[in-house]
Write a protein that binds this ligand. Structure first.
Ligand SMILES: [Zn+2]
Length: 295
């Protein structure tokens, strides 16, 4: 059994905001695909591969609690996977609703859902299987924010995008009218801002959290785990890998100057870190996981 971080316990505090990680389900992906051009002899030191070459990854949305709002960043795998899909991905259960309840939050209390992009591992929990059958919007009071270019590609996916933009994840949301498309940069609330990046997908976006002079940035699938800090460590899933490299170089420089936390969605070993020169990790969240070998 692989070790993974538990979700919830203590939030990462950014000024007056709190960031929790919720269990959106684990899955196993081919390690070679996760690390694209990187030789296995290098990546398997960080993420040991099983005999079938897969590695364990989490799909853990961030819950950002500002003084005024509950904001989710992405939504995990959801509860609509077929038995065959569960078997293919060796995926675990989606626990978002029960974990929100542990924090005293009902799914109706989520004010905003930010989708970094529309891949099924990020958007799978936006629409859930309803108890009475059929599907319903998981967070019915929330506005759902996505970049307009990402939505264009969901509506008319390329041959490749069809594999990960699943209509079942969006049909009920479209009917509900709860989708809000944005272009470029958009201020969600005083503490949270989203910004178009491209790179992983055409309409991928980042999330910046700023409060009380502190900052955290969520780079989504531009930085899926702490092992991807080397700008050249891109994924075979990246649609525009040269853009991903340029984005990482630009955002690392920009946010290091703010001493920002870089937060992760797919990393089973670390939730967030701060970076020093040459991509060296200087601080980790939770603190206990700081690997002496990480760089
Ligand atoms: Zn992903």
């Amino acid at each position: 059994m692989d070790e993974i971080l538990s979700s919830l316990p203590t939030p990462l505090r950014i000024g007056t905001t709190e960031i929790y990680w919720l269990s959106g389900g684990t899955f196993r992906l081919d390690g070679g695909t996760m690390f694209g051009p990187v030789p296995k002899t290098l990546w398997e030191k960080r993420y040991p591969a099983a005999v079938d070459n897969t590695i364990l990854l989490v799909n853990d949305p961030l819950l950002i609690r500002t003084p005024e709002q509950n904001i989710l960043v992405d939504s995990g795998l959801g509860n609509k996977l077929t038995p065959k899909q569960h078997a293919i991905f060796a995926s675990s259960e989606w626990l978002l609703v029960s974990q929100l309840a542990q924090l005293g939050i009902k799914r109706q209390d989520i004010d905003v859902v930010i989708l970094t992009h529309a891949d099924f591992d990020h958007a799978g929990g936006v629409v859930m299987a309803a108890e009475q059958g059929g599907e319903e919007v998981s967070f019915p009071s929330a506005v759902h924010l996505m970049q307009e270019t990402e939505w264009q590609d969901v509506a008319a996916p390329s041959r490749r995008a069809k594999e990960s933009y699943w209509p079942i994840n969006f049909n009920a949301l479209i009917k509900s009218g709860a989708m809000q498309l944005v272009q470029g940069t958009y201020q969600v609330c005083p503490e949270v801002r989203i910004c178009h990046t491209g790179g992983h997908t055409r309409g991928h976006q980042l999330v910046e959290i700023s409060s009380g002079g502190e900052c955290a940035v969520h780079l989504g699938d531009l930085l899926p785990t702490h092992a991807h800090i080397n700008p050249l460590w891109v994924m075979a899933y990246d649609n525009f890998p040269l853009e991903v490299i340029a984005c990482k170089e630009r955002y690392f420089k920009q946010y290091r100057q703010q001493n920002a936390w870089f937060t992760f969605y797919h990393d089973p070993l670390m939730r967030a870190c701060k970076l020093g020169g040459k991509g060296k990790i200087t601080e980790c969240w939770p603190q206990a996981v700081c690997p002496s070998t990480a760089s």
